[in-house]
Design a protein around this ligand. Structure first.
Ligand SMILES: Nc1ncnc2c1ncn2[C@@H]1O[C@H](COP(=O)(O)OP(=O)(O)OP(=O)(O)O)[C@@H](O)[C@H]1O
Length: 121
């Protein structure tokens, strides 16, 4: 069988990744909340007419939180697949993974405060 071209393979990978992102948004409550916050913060960004640099920081913060949340979800699914029973090692892995989401969420919140607090007061 002829090998598919590099371009066709890359396009397929983009399709799989898009399907994964859609699955994430459709099935995970935490990502739904993050999408909602991202939309609100985008509206707030337009309202305060933030600078290009502030947009870059805001988009990066939103992307980091949602990206790490996606990885956290994937790790949780692997954990549940390999060990559906209670297991302290699985608990540790899930806690660390959730901790990673919390760390980027704190950073994103601080970025938001640094951008918007001076504009509000
Ligand atoms: N199999 C398990 N063994 C031990 N502890 C677990 C196990 N499953 C979950 N836990 C504990 O429960 C916590 C929550 O796990 P869970 O998989 O419900 O994640 P979650 O953050 O509530 O995700 P979601 O809301 O997306 O389902 C984990 O961080 C861990 O401390």
């Amino acid at each position: 069988m002829a090998k598919e071209s590099f371009i066709v393979n890359r396009l397929k990978s983009v399709g799989f990744a898009l399907r994964g992102a859609l699955l994430l948004v459709r099935t995970e409550a935490s990502i739904k909340i993050q999408v909602f916050i991202a939309l609100v913060m985008t509206a707030v960004g337009f309202y305060f007419d933030i600078s290009n640099t502030e947009w870059i920081l805001q988009i990066f913060a939103i992307g980091m939180v949602m990206g790490i949340e996606g990885l956290n979800t994937a790790i949780e699914k692997i954990c549940d697949y390999v060990q559906p029973e209670f297991d302290s090692k699985i608990g540790f892995i899930k806690d660390v993974s959730a901790g990673a989401v919390m760390l980027v969420s704190i950073a994103a919140t601080l970025i938001g405060l640094i951008i918007y607090l001076p504009k509000m007061f």
